[in-house]
Design a protein around this ligand. Sequence first.
Ligand code: NI
Length: 372
Amino acid sequence: MAVRRDLHRHPELGRQERRTTAVLADHLIAAGLAPKVLAGGTGLVCDIGAEGPLVALRADIDALPLQDEKDVAYRSTVDGVCHACGHDVHTTVVLGAGLALAQRDLPGRVRLVFQHAEEQMPGGALDVLAEGHLEGVSAIFGLHCDPSLEVGRIGLSSGPITAAADAVEVRLTGPGGHTSRPHNTVDLVHVLATVATGLPDALSRLVDPRAGLCLVWGRISAGNARNAIPREGVLAGTLRVLDKNAWQQAPELVERLVNGLVAPYGARAVVSYERGVPPVVNDPGATLLLGAAVTRALGPSALVPTVQSLGGEDFAWYLDHVPGAMARLGVRPPGSERSMDLHQPTFDVDEGALQVGVDVLVAAALAAMGAA
Ligand code: NI
């Protein structure tokens, strides 16, 4: 609990988590372990055990650029930065599980992955993979705080549990002109509006509706004068999708459809498509193993199914390489009516969740190494 409160008091944004990395390294070294800091200077990995199957436990360590609006002794001391997504909890839980496992005779090895920059695009998971820290890992597990679940409960389902979220920008250009003579130029505002409505329309007919693909514009801008056709216009929005195959096909489809929509008018279109993360797709075998570990650690009533959210989580990249599962850790105080969500400036947890998380990850790691 002291570790979590210390991290909560000193949150750091992605790729700046130097103090957090040092605090974790100190705890691991004090336990006789040998953590390795990642190449970027923040985030670390630490192995426990000598030989046998290698299982990874992952935490994310970065905070969000939000003002902490809680009135508690451990509120953030950094202006405009706050652990409002519970990454301080994830970090403390993986550290606690690691220290507990380090005191046992293990039937295999455990790699603790304290990953930086989960909230950023591209996320820190890609750095961890590029540095080869998942090579030889047979399974990976992680937890994420869930304020909709009471403390003591763990939400878990096989298959996709988060969504993909990409950023799309469409920039149209034309020669500009007088609004009295659209036929002599490219009526850019009209074409922009055609793309704004036509692209989501076309996607809804060309992608399996079960994929839950949804393109929503957050910004549209063009022109200044009432009677002048502008030379440039921009649309910007997000494309979210529940299905991984549809996510893979989305950039090419968007490009093709935009070009098709503007072609009759002669506008020039440039599409910038920025990939976010794929959905977290829990492996069926790893999900079964993690579920059994939850039941063993906490009893059968602790385990509940979870739904697929439209949030993004870069744990997804690990599951492209290694089978694994992410579960949702209940953090809501028992009986609390107060609604609370991740990324709110008042987000907080019932700290009973820390021990629950440690127990679950220890049980999962032992089971994955073949101990149970
Ligand atoms: Ni998060």
